[in-house]
Design a protein around this ligand. Structure first.
Ligand code: NAI
Length: 724
């Protein structure tokens, strides 16, 4: 009896006319990811096909609707115990792809859907790459976003294929590109419509086998490829010789450090691996890549970034309600009230998701402006090539504007984004209910308790908050606010809509400032406090950007509007008492007509070439123009601790459903430093006891506004963590 041949678990092979089509299909997963098991099976398969005389060439393609390979399995990385173990993983993958690249038979990568991380590294080791022009097709090496570097040859093969400058651009930022851009970069050899992919791939494989088409030389022996099609002559000259490359790497490192401030080691290490490969050769480059990959994989920063990644993937599966029986209603039509800054943005992300939107404005001129606002956002996407002109026109056709209530009876959900005024918002609820007996009413209020707005409703079960952030099309977070009366179905429906709009969605309970605005208030107040104590504006901003926030709190005040900040502070003080009182100086600045960027007069000057501190602002502040130096580290921690302590209060009071949501909300809504993982991951990392001690000390110096949250005291006592 013949021994039964072991069939691969993760691959399907179809041999036809001398070409073996190898389809990757990891069972039980919606997307393909790489693991040791998949790697080992791939090796076996390649060896077998290499020996098979009936096979002249290979084609790799995704066997799932969801595409090629989305990267290495992150759970595998997370489970790694030591740097050596991670290095070995990288080494094994490198050797596998090296072998593939050196295969005598030509290998074609047929890419549809994501080819990211290890997925792209696999394709890079193939001899010909074809991508589909589908929206879902994306190529890139996003590893640095998880705190690691490409560990399967990516730092060596990519620059040799597309040029150093272009590769740095992709790898150091973890950027992904669509097929057209990939073609321009030389990252793929051709782009085809999705239905033609396999047919073209088979043909190319046959042509490569017959010699009709020339295959690419392995990266190790390839001459340094000069960058892109439109490379400036100077760029080419730079990359061609060692001296020029030295300049290029030095410049890149300088720019990088200015951006990361040393908080994110991965891009620096990626740069090191690339540079090493050019100085010492391809094989040495691979060895360095694997070593650095190993070191990074077990670093704290990588752990925090991976945790955030898992938190967002968990949120993608979260319906927003705990009862699994609750199902979202399908939203076919959306209404938007007020097509200003926020309403225009909300309408654009809705239309971009393929959902018809109707905007209601006050008059014809405002309705015209609303449509123009939507158009501006979509045009920007066309410019950034994330949308084709055709797709923009299709989206634009889904948007209509009116000044009456016509067309709102059919809206499944309405987002209200009129002025921040309780009476006006209540009037909107009544008017909507009068024309639409079934739809959900969502308010985009940034500070009014949703329950107050719902008081005007006949159907409070259909009222909730959908708090978007500005600019809506760029900010990833959507905070959904529910009252005790909101129906679970309404919550699930709003959550599902937010996801279709491309948002990361958290659901929080109603309360003054909800979650994000609430934890932002004491943070900004504390910064203002440091200012009235005599610190300089730029010193405070630098302290917090140095701590890892994307912008400093004083700049933030200017951007949001000092008047808006003062108004929110008043609301918060009304709700929480003294501890949330903003320094009086803010109101004085507003009275002086100093509103921030919008009035071209804030803490900084606007309109000039360079943004500079407006020293006149000090004339209205205690201490005058003579500012005192600060200890940046201590000041940053003092201000950030206000946010963290408030977040713990929110968890203790049940505003938050989980610590996970609190981390995601702070990172994606407020720019809490991702490498710290969010307030709760940070608290866990330094320990509740240590955090409590810091707060007690500040409480001793500055008073009760630093009183530790009861839940923190409890955690410090029990030794439990916020995250299980
Ligand atoms: P905006 O002033 O740009 O837009 C408000 C729009 O509502 C205007 O176009 C106005 O013509 C329209 N409007 C006023 N009354 C109306 C009515 N009766 N019927 C139809 N349209 C009417 O203001 P923005 O910034 O878009 O804010 C809107 C809401 O979003 C506010 O509640 C605000 O607190 C909230 N929000 C604002 C954020 C921001 O960063 N600007 C962030 C999150 C929420």
């Amino acid at each position: 009896m013949m021994p039964a041949e072991k069939l691969p678990t993760n691959f399907r092979v179809e041999i036809e006319d001398g070409v073996a089509l190898v389809l990757i299909d990891v069972p039980g997963e919606s997307v393909n990811t790489l693991s040791q098991e998949v790697g080992a099976e791939l090796q076996e398969l390649v060896e077998k096909l290499e020996k098979d005389p009936a096979v002249k060439a290979l084609v790799f393609a995704g066997g799932k609707k969801e595409g090629f390979v989305a990267g290495a399995r992150i759970e595998m990385l997370q489970a790694v115990k030591s740097a050596a173990e991670a290095e070995a993983l990288g080494r094994a993958a490198q050797q596998g792809f090296d072998r593939l690249e050196r295969l005598q038979k030509p290998v074609v990568a047929a890419i549809h859907g994501p080819a990211l991380g290890g997925g792209l590294e696999w394709a890079l080791a193939c001899h010909w790459r074809i991508a589909t022009d589908d929206r879902k097709t994306q190529l890139g090496l996003p590893e640095v976003q998880l705190g690691v570097i490409p560990g399967a040859g990516g730092t060596q093969r990519l620059p040799r294929l597309i040029g150093i400058a272009q590769a740095l651009d992709l790898i150091l930022a973890g950027k992904t590109v669509k097929a057209r851009k990939a073609l321009k970069l030389g990252l793929v050899d051709e782009v085809v419509p999705a239905p033609a992919l396999l047919q073209v791939a088979r043909r190319r494989a046959a042509e490569l086998a017959s010699g009709a088409l020339k295959r690419q030389a392995p990266a190790g022996v390839k001459k340094v490829k000069l960058h892109g099609l439109v490379a400036a002559a100077t760029q080419v000259a730079l990359e061609e010789n060692a001296l020029g490359r030295g300049v290029l790497f030095r410049e890149a490192r300088k720019k990088l450090l200015a951006k990361t401030r040393g908080h994110y080691p991965a891009p620096e290490k990626a740069l090191e691996a690339i540079q090493h490969g050019y100085e010492k050769g391809f094989q040495e480059g691979l060895a360095r890549e694997a070593r650095l990959f190993g070191e990074l994989a077990v670093s704290d920063v990588a752990r925090r970034l991976m945790e955030i990644f898992f938190a967002t993937t968990a949120l993608k599966k979260d319906t927003g309600v705990d009862d699994p029986a609750v199902k979202a209603r399908r939203v076919e039509r959306v209404g938007v009230l007020g097509g200003g800054l926020m309403g225009g943005g909300i309408a654009s992300v809705t239309a971009n998701a393929g959902i018809p939107v109707r905007i209601r404005e006050r008059d014809d001129a405002a309705a015209g402006r609303a449509l123009a606002n939507v158009r501006t956002v979509l045009d920007e996407r066309v410019k950034r090539k994330s949308l084709t002109r055709l797709e923009r026109d299709q989206a634009m056709r889904l948007v209509t504007a009116t000044t009456d209530w016509s067309g709102f009876a059919g809206a499944d959900l309405l987002v209200e984004a009129v002025f921040e005024d309780l009476a006006l918002k209540q009037e909107m609820v009544r008017a909507f209910e009068a024309v639409n007996p079934k739809g959900i009413f969502a308010t985009n209020t940034s500070s009014i308790p949703v329950g107050k707005i719902a008081e005007a409703a006949k159907r409070p079960e259909a009222v909730l908050g959908m708090h978007y952030f500005s600019p809506v099309h760029k900010m990833p977070l959507l905070e959904i606010i529910v009252t005790p009366k909101t129906a679970p179905e309404a919550i699930a429906t709003a959550v599902a809509l937010g996801k279709r709009q491309g948002k990361t969605v958290i659901v929080v309970n109603d309360g003054p400032g909800f979650y994000t605005s609430r934890i932002l208030a004491p943070y900004v107040n504390e910064a203002a406090q440091v200012l009235v104590e005599g610190a300089a504006v730029e010193e405070i901003d630098r302290a917090l950007t140095g701590w890892g926030f994307p912008v400093g709190p004083i700049t933030l005040l200017d951007e949001v509007g000092i008047d808006v900040g003062a108004k929110v502070a008043k609301v918060m003080a009304g709700a929480f008492g003294d501890r949330m009182h903003a320094p009086e100086a803010l109101a004085e600045l507003v009275a002086d007509g100093r509103l921030g960027r919008k009035s071209a007069k804030g803490f900084y000057t606007y309109g000039g070439k360079k943004k500079e501190v407006d020293h006149a602002v000090y004339d209205r502040l205690p201490g005058g123009r003579d500012r005192k130096p600060i200890d940046r580290e201590a000041v940053a921690e003092r201000i950030a601790l206000q946010m963290v302590n408030e977040a713990v209060l929110c968890l203790g009071e049940g505003i938050l459903r989980s610590a996970r949501d609190g981390d995601v909300g702070a990172v994606f809504g407020l720019g809490f430093p991702p490498f710290r993982g969010g307030p709760f991951r940070w608290a866990d990392a330094i320990g509740a006891g240590a955090l409590l001690e810091k707060l007690r000390k500040l409480e001793g110096t500055f008073g009760p506004r630093f009183a530790p949250a009861p839940l923190l005291v409890e955690k410090a006592r029990s030794g439990a963590r916020f995250h299980a």
